[in-house]
Design a protein around this ligand. Structure first.
Ligand code: SF4
Length: 478
């Protein structure tokens, strides 16, 4: 994808007696780096106290041998972050640490709650953040709010405190939570964000946002944490508790763009799903052309599927500079424009004189797409046919993906013809919603596709809608 929408975050949790849990968490975070590149953190415990280290930057920049050596013990959680709520600053990095009546806890969150205002009021009514060292009576992120609520809950046991707080939450969350001796993983009743459970080669346990983290650690996939389930891991093993009726609505955009292609989501390999999306796109929007090229890297499987189904040769049309961060790291429009040229360079020898199909997984604002089309024409393309392996994005996400406001989404401002004109392409076609869902091999009723359809599985309060410039009431959920 051409960028312009920020990833969800990534979480890990390790329970590994006799092993260096923080180091295992570090490797797990490495595998999840694509889910957040703004900050990274690990909390670890040796059974007596929880120590947290977090900093702005990539996993490789945040941790070194000295830091890892200071994070001792067999229990750890980790987090890579993009800011979906709260500002970009150290205090909003995760894991969030709190100390309350029940002891110390650390919490890592992937997702976004829609009732943070309510949580703030109820926390205020309860007396605020119980962690004296913070000196901040009311946290600014929904993650910190949840951690403060759990730390304040006087239930003796962390599992009971979590079960007391989870029913207060509305929206998207996959949590890893720990205290001095135990690890927990929880997934909201809709299961918007993934969370997998694995078994480490040494007999310990691993929770991770994506199965690619399990692979890196040589762990065996055991199962997904179920929507509406709290999983506890301690010296007695793994025990799951259902805290809410599951109403699955997993994020379809994880399948389209966010997850790594070597991960498995809801039993389906992501690479294979994207390949099928490309095949379906070729069937729905055929075109007479000489060459199919992907926008690297996330669109490669869809472009390969398109090429296979259409019989048009596949080629690498761009060289990607792998040492440049994703384009959306640069904050301003002008810098983003420069960013795409820094990152992608068309291969003139491959492109010149050819009728090119360029496959991308999505269009968000549209500016990057226009740049890509312009670059292909500058490289001598005779025609540029844009094929997008998902439908137009018309609505912002409120469940953990940081998309632009509604009025910045080109799919909300223009119909497909208008987007085609804006892009400058010879032709433009999107994959239909039905075909995208069919390619996931997951029943449509078990997926969230609100950014395409406007049908939000969890109602979004008016103030949240307004914050993303959604001025009309979207067609209500399923
Ligand atoms: S609105 Fe879109 S990005 Fe957000 S959870 Fe739903 S499908 Fe995913």
């Amino acid at each position: 994808m051409a960028g312009e929408a920020r990833d969800a975050c990534g979480v890990v949790g390790i329970y590994a007696p006799g092993e260096d849990a923080a180091r295992l968490a570090y490797y797990g975070l490495y595998a999840l780096q694509h889910r957040g590149q703004e900050a990274a953190g690990i909390a670890a415990s040796d059974g007596t106290s929880v120590v947290v280290y977090k900093e702005l930057g990539l996993v490789s920049q945040v941790f070194d041998e000295t830091v890892l050596a200071s994070l001792r013990g067999h229990v750890a959680i980790g987090h890579v972050r993009y800011s979906t709520t709260g500002s970009t600053s150290w205090v909003n990095a995760q894991p969030s640490y709190k100390a309350g009546p029940g002891g110390q806890i650390a919490l890592a969150h992937n997702g976004n709650l829609v009732n943070s205002l309510e949580l703030k009021s109820s926390l205020q009514a309860a007396g605020g953040d119980p962690t004296p060292a913070d000196g901040r009576p009311l946290p600014t992120t929904d993650t910190d709010l949840v951690a403060a609520h759990i730390a304040r809950a006087e239930h003796g046991d962390l599992g009971a405190a979590i079960l007391h707080v989870l029913p207060m939450l509305s929206g998207a969350y996959s949590f890893t939570i720990m205290d001095e001796t135990q690890l927990f993983g929880a997934r909201d009743p809709h299961g918007f964000r993934p969370l997998a459970l694995g078994r480490l080669p040494g007999g310990g346990w691993l929770l991770a946002s994506e199965t690619c983290a399990l692979d890196l650690l040589g762990a065996r996939f055991v199962r997904d944490v179920e929507p509406g389930e709290l999983v506890g891991i301690d010296r007695d093993g793994v025990h799951g508790t259902r805290f809410a009726e599951p109403r699955p609505a997993a994020c379809v955009f994880e399948h389209v763009y966010f997850a790594r292609p070597d991960s498995t989501l809801q039993g389906q390999n992501v690479y294979a799903t994207r390949y099928r999306m490309g095949e379906a796109l070729a069937a729905e929007a055929p075109v007479d052309a000489d060459l199919v090229v992907p926008v690297p890297d996330s669109s490669v499987p869809a472009a390969q599927g398109f090429a296979k189904a259409s019989g048009i040769p596949y080629g690498e049309g761009f060289v990607k500079n792998r040492y440049v961060g994703r384009t959306f790291i640069q904050p301003t429009q002008a810098m983003r424009r420069q960013g795409i040229r820094t990152k992608l360079n068309p291969l003139r020898e491959v492109i010149a004189g050819r009728r090119v199909v360029v496959v991308d997984d999505s269009i968000v604002r549209g500016n990057t797409t226009r740049q890509i089309v312009a670059m292909l024409f500058e490289a001598g393309a005779a025609e540029v046919h844009l094929r997008i392996s998902s439908p137009p994005i018309r609505w912002p996400c409120f469940y953990g993906i940081d998309m632009p406001d509604r009025d910045e989404l080109i799919g909300a401002r223009h119909d497909v013809d208008g987007i085609a004109r804006h892009s400058g392409a010879t032709s433009l076609a999107y994959l239909s919603l039905e075909a995208m869902i069919a390619a996931t091999v997951v029943p449509g009723e078990d997926l969230c596709s609100a950014c395409f359809s406007g049908r939000y599985p969890v109602p979004v309060p008016p103030e949240k809608l307004r914050s993303k410039h959604v001025l009309e009431q979207p067609a209500t959920a399923r």
